[in-house]
Design a binder for this molecule. Structure first.
Ligand code: SAM
Length: 247
C-alpha cells in the first residue's frame, strides 16, 4: 500500500508537524490515530514516520509525527521557469502541471504584453500560486515544493546574473529546437545536470524589444516546433523535453 505523503510546515531532527488544511484532512477526514504510518517531507528530506499525536484547539487541528527512517527522495528537475504572467486560470493550471513534471522554481515576470490588470493583480495572487504548487507537490508525491518568487519586471530577471543555462522559448525561432539545444549543452557540460532557466512568453508573445534583450543578455532562443502553442502547453512541452534528457 502506498503510504500517503505529507509536506510538513514545522520540523526538527526527530519530529514534524502538520497544521492548516493538511492537518484538518488527516485528522478529521482520514481520522488519523497514534501509530498510523505515513511518509513525511521535512525540510526537503523524505521520512518514513508514525503519527505521535493528534490535537484540536477550536477549529484548528495539529498532527505531529515521529520521524523514523529517512527515505530516498527523487530530486526536482534543475529547472527554473521564468513565466510571463498571463490569464490566471490558465497560468495556475500550468503551475500545477509544471510542479507535477518536477520544476524546481517558478519566477513570474511582467512582460510588455502582460495585460495591465493582471500585472497589477499578480502580487496579490502569489500566495494562491504557492498553495497550488504545495498541493500539486503532495499529489505528485514530491519530496520538495517548488519555490514561487514574487513577480518581477522581465528585464530585472533577464539581466540578473545567474549560474544557469538560460533558454528562451521563442515562437519565431526556426533553427534551433529545444531538444537539440539540450543535447548540445549536456554534451559540452562537465555537470551531469546543469541548471536551466526557461523563459515562456505571455499569450501575446514576446515583444521585439524583449527578443533583443534576451539575445543581448546571453539567452539562447529555441523552438518547440512549427506550431504556435499556448503558454501552458509550451511549459509542459519544454519540461517534458528536459526531463526526458535528464531523468
Ligand atoms: N502570440 C504569439 C504568436 O501568435 O506568435 C504566440 C505566443 S504563445 C501563445 C506564448 C509563448 O509560448 C511564446 O511567447 C513562447 O514562449 C511559447 N511558445 C509557443 N509556441 C512555441 C513554439 N512553437 N516554439 C517556441 N516557443 C513557443
Amino acid at each position: 500500500m502506498t503510504r500517503r505523503r505529507w509536506i510538513a510546515e514545522n520540523w526538527d531532527e526527530t519530529s514534524a508537524t502538520l497544521t492548516g488544511a493538511q492537518a484538518e484532512h488527516l485528522a478529521r477526514v482520514l481520522r488519523a490515530v497514534v501509530g498510523m504510518e505515513a511518509e513525511v517531507v521535512a525540510g526537503g528530506r523524505l521520512f518514513h514516520a508514525r503519527v505521535a499525536s493528534v490535537s484540536h484547539s477550536g477549529e484548528a487541528s495539529e498532527v505531529r509525527f515521529a520521524l523514523a527512517s529517512e527515505l530516498r527522495a527523487d530530486p526536482a528537475l534543475p529547472v527554473t521557469l521564468v513565466m510571463a504572467v498571463y490569464k490566471f486560470d490558465r497560468m495556475e493550471w500550468a503551475l500545477e502541471k509544471a510542479t507535477e513534471l518536477g520544476v524546481a522554481a517558478i519566477v513570474p515576470v511582467i512582460a510588455r504584453r502582460t495585460e495591465k490588470h493582471l500585472a497589477q493583480a499578480a502580487g496579490k495572487r502569489v500566495e494562491r500560486w504557492r498553495r497550488i504548487v504545495h498541493e500539486a507537490s503532495q499529489q505528485a508525491r514530491r519530496a520538495d515544493v517548488p519555490v514561487v518568487d514574487d513577480p518581477v519586471p522581465l528585464a530585472d530577471r533577464v539581466n540578473m546574473p545567474a549560474n544557469a543555462v538560460r533558454i528562451v522559448l521563442a515562437e519565431q525561432e526556426r533553427i534551433t529546437a529545444l531538444r537539440d539545444a539540450i543535447g548540445d549543452i549536456l554534451a559540452r557540460s562537465s555537470e551531469k545536470s546543469p541548471a536551466f532557466e526557461i523563459a515562456i512568453g505571455p499569450e501575446g508573445g514576446w515583444a521585439p524589444a524583449e527578443e533583443t534583450l534576451f539575445a543581448t543578455s546571453g539567452w539562447r532562443a529555441v523552438s518547440l516546433g512549427p506550431r504556435i502553442l499556448r503558454a501552458e502547453t509550451a511549459a509542459i512541452a519544454a519540461l517534458a523535453v528536459i526531463a526526458s534528457s535528464l531523468e
